[in-house]
Ligand binder design. Structure first.
Ligand code: NAD
Length: 498
């Protein structure tokens, strides 16, 4: 069993702490690594390295930063397979899904390769007589990323490529459940020519997170994870004077109108609910079947859910892997139990699934619950597992009201053939990311990703233009180069343009 170490100042280190975490292979249910859990001293070492590196990295030319980003892009692209294997072994998701996650992360790196264009300022010649005004943006300093288990490569890539391209240095605290992808990527960044100290990884749990939140030299914090922790990070970072964006959990609804192609909708719902075993913040976990769509939709989705091939992420035949931990399996199955007890109809039951050859794996099969009520725990909680709840609504407006009553506002979708209904939905729904006949509307890297309500605390969405804005601060310069022999027009009144 190997030990996964921190990456500080360009090299691996076990750090000073003696606490260790267990990293499992969810398909076999066996522990495969241990991970060092960082202490406040380890955090201080990483932040100090990043603070010192900022002095030179913030002065590196746009040209130099761009070249390194391009090199990094090439290296990630050449290592997609290896990264996908690392992700699959610790997270459990199937290899094709893991490769897809790396691909979506690559798109953010490609976006960051365009940093010279993204950081162009503005210039107003002769704003007043003999006076010009211009603006530009500068990096913040040491930026921190705290990330969840469900996208161990992609979610950190939403953050550090943009932060680093903007001239910041970075300390990443990845999930302690699947930490290896971050250490692997650190090696690629070094190979790409990134100076030591610009990117650091501190593994750990609450101890490391709190040390980062309290550290005086940390300028900004990006967080992605569950809502209670997102709220905590937002409060703590604010209280310690840091810029913060904290993305939280989700309960994503898809409305299916009776005029939709129901087979198309059912296929996409099945993929969106059970892909990655439902462990996606943009997974569809609630289908809102409107009027006559209901029974036919439940029938189609149930048949398709029953056909999903569940197995080890390494088996090319598998369409869905295990969930991340034994505790997650127990929690998900407990919520299905509660749904049944509270009156939902279980049309497909994934509890107690055993995969031959992987009897100790953390598997839960696709599960469909019909006749789910909004008061049930299975509806109120974010399950984060392969469970699709079907809620019935009489009209499209009632379905929109239902979504708007939910405390989360990450993603949502509508399946319909009516442009009018789709437009009413896109304008009326209180959610940050919307799909029209697209079940998982994750914005491309050159837009920004983020939800509303309890799905995001802070003002800025992540990556894209809002990412560049988050990782920089603006300066506006008003400048005059007077003619040496001209008369002075100095006056004690408040300056106005002339
Ligand atoms: P989590 O909140 O348990 O952990 C996220 C990070 O916070 C980890 O690095 C973890 O070590 C740290 N952490 C956990 N408990 C902490 C505590 N008490 N104090 C300080 N730090 C703590 O989330 P998870 O289980 O790893 O990931 C799943 C969650 O992330 C789901 O709720 C999912 O919806 C959400 N998520 C949201 C998005 C989004 O874009 N909104 C994307 C991916 C995942």
């Amino acid at each position: 069993m190997s030990t996964i170490e921190h990456w500080i100042d360009g090299e691996l280190t076990a750090g000073s702490g003696d606490r260790r975490g267990h990293v499992y292979n969810p398909a076999t249910g066996q522990q495969q690594h241990e991970v060092v859990l960082g202490s406040a001293e380890d955090v201080d070492a990483a932040v100090t390295s990043a603070r010192i590196a900022f002095q030179t990295w913030s002065q590196a030319s746009l040209s130099k930063r761009t070249k390194i980003m391009f090199n990094f892009r090439e290296l990630v692209n050449a290592n997609v397979k290896q990264l996908a294997e690392i992700i699959s072994d610790e997270h459990g998701k199937v290899l094709s899904d893991a490769a897809g996650e790396v691909q979506r992360g690559l798109e953010v790196i490609e976006f960051a390769c365009g940093i010279p264009e993204l950081l162009k300022g503005s210039y107003s010649d002769q704003a007043s007589t003999g006076v010009d005004v211009f603006s530009f943006r500068e990096p913040l300093g040491v930026c921190v990323g705290i990330t969840p288990f469900n996208f161990p490569a992609m979610v950190p890539m939403w953050m550090y490529p943009v932060a680093i391209a903007c001239g910041n240095t970075f300390v990443l605290k990845p999930s302690e459940r699947d930490p290896s992808a971050s250490t692997f990527v650190a090696g690629l960044l070094k190979q790409a020519g990134l100076p030591d100290g610009v990117f650091n990884v501190v593994h750990g749990d609450k101890v490391a997170v709190d040390a980062l939140l309290h550290h005086a030299d940390v300028a900004a914090v990006s967080f992605v994870g569950s809502t209670p922790i997102a709220r905590y990070i937002h409060e703590q970072a604010n209280a310690h004077g840091k810029r913060v964006q904290a993305l939280g959990g989700a309960k994503n609804h898809a409305i299916v109108l009776p005029d939709a192609d129901l087979d198309f909708a059912a296929g996409h719902l099945t993929a969106a609910a059970f892909g990655s075993a439902g462990e996606r913040c943009m997974a569809i976990s609630a289908a809102v079947a409107v009027g006559a769509a209901g029974d036919a939709l439940v029938d189609l989705v149930s048949r398709k859910a029953g056909d999903v091939v569940v197995g080890s992420g390494r088996d090319p035949a598998s369409e869905m892997g295990p969930v991340v931990t034994a505790a997650a399996k127990q929690r998900i199955e407990g919520l299905i139990d509660s749904g049944e007890r509270q009156g939902a109809k279980v049309t497909v039951d994934g509890r107690g699934l055993r995969v031959p050859g992987y009897e100790d794996g953390f598997f839960v099969g696709p599960t469909v619950l019909d006749q789910v009520g909004t008061e049930m725990d299975v509806y109120r909680e974010e399950i984060f597992g392969p469970v699709l709840s079907v809620v019935r609504a009489d009209t499209a407006d009632a379905a929109i009201d239902l979504i708007n009553s939910n405390p989360y506002g990450n993603g949502t979708a509508i399946f319909t053939n009516s442009g009018e209904a789709a437009r009413r939905f896109q304008r009326g729904v209180h959610v940050g990311m919307i799909g029209i006949n697209v079940p998982i509307p994750v914005p491309m890297a050159y837009y920004s990703f983020g939800g509303w309500k309890n799905s995001l605390f802070g003002d800025k969405h992540i990556h894209g233009p809002e990412g560049v804005s988050f990782y920089t601060r603006g300066k506006v310069v008003t400048s005059r180069w007077p003619h040496v022999s001209g008369p002075s027009d100095a006056s004690l009144h408040f300056p106005t343009a002339s």
